[in-house]
Write a protein that binds this ligand. Structure first.
Ligand SMILES: C[S@@+](CC[C@H](N)C(=O)[O-])C[C@H]1O[C@@H](n2cnc3c(N)ncnc32)[C@H](O)[C@@H]1O
Length: 267
């Protein structure tokens, strides 16, 4: 690839949880103007409508350990495009800087002299709370919120004991393959079995599906058909929303789904 006299700029673009109407105006403008997209697989097909007529779209998904593009290859591809003078959008679900590897990608590119700009997106944790009318920091229920991943780079666990002692609402990403371990760890850390929990799969999308229960029966969410991508919300704010929101479905069943296909999962 020829090295252009002027390298192209790279935008790390968060496109939110899936609903194309939740993409920022700024992101839409950039997505329609750049030469190349490198797209994660959490980005829904509807978002592709924001590409320009001559945009080249390269999928680089790497979900759930499936064999696909390595992180190193993604870094090198972004760099190669930029050095060839192309403008690049690295398109990511949610927010690029929340469990999205945006930080390390920006560092790598800046280290190689490439101009980088991050465009925030609505993180799936916030969208999942909104789906159930949950106010994550409702002041009647606590004093803060912690965004945590159940799946760290070093494959170790969060410090559940400190999190429970802190008493904030927990918003857990990438936890669906570890529900039993999360339940056990939180209980061992002193959280009560009856703590209200919500699980929201495919937040903001037509196939969104929600499960509500308690910490003790958290694994029932799997039996109900919920799977990744999903957010787990743990805390008194879940019960508060249930008590105060005028949502009849809260009381009808522990699982509510939007689409017919999802409803089949729990029938
Ligand atoms: C690699 S992280 C990316 C998070 C993303 N950067 C964000 O801010 O939402 C992937 C995890 O995000 C969560 N996730 C992403 N999109 C989601 C959605 N639409 N509904 C529920 N959870 C979602 C799931 O926990 C999934 O395993």
């Amino acid at each position: 690839m020829d090295k252009a006299s002027q390298p192209g700029k790279v935008w790390l673009v968060g496109v939110g949880p899936g609903d194309p109407e939740l993409v920022t105006v700024k992101a839409v403008r950039v997505l329609g103007a750049v030469d190349v997209w490198l797209v994660d697989d959490l980005v829904t097909a509807e978002i592709h409508a924001y590409a320009g007529a001559s945009t080249c779209i390269e999928p680089v998904g790497k979900r759930g350990g499936r064999c696909s593009t390595s992180q190193q290859e993604i870094l090198e591809r972004m760099l190669a495009h930029a050095l060839a003078g192309r403008t690049v959008a690295r398109v990511k679900g949610g927010d690029p800087l929340l469990f999205g590897r945006g930080g390390e990608e920006a560092e790598f590119l800046r280290h190689h002299g490439i101009e980088v700009e991050v465009l925030n997106g609505i993180t799936s944790g916030a969208a999942a709370a909104q789906a159930l009318g949950i106010a994550l920091t409702h002041r009647d229920c606590g004093h803060g919120v912690s965004f945590v991943t159940a799946h760290t780079a070093r494959d170790d666990s969060p410090d559940w004991r400190s999190l429970v002692a802190g008493g904030t609402t927990l918003v857990i990403y990438m936890g669906m393959s570890r529900l039993a371990a999360i339940r056990d760890a939180l209980q061992e850390a002193g959280m009560r079995r009856e703590m209200p929990v919500a699980v929201v799969m495919n937040a903001s999308r037509p196939d969104q599906c929600n499960w509500t229960g308690t910490l003790a029966n958290l694994t029932d969410a799997l039996a109900a058909g919920l799977t990744s991508p999903a957010i787990i919300i743990v805390g008194g704010v879940v019960a508060h929303a249930q008590a105060t929101e005028a949502r009849s479905e809260w009381h009808a069943a522990p699982v509510t789904c939007r689409a017919e296909t999802s409803r089949l999962l729990v029938s």
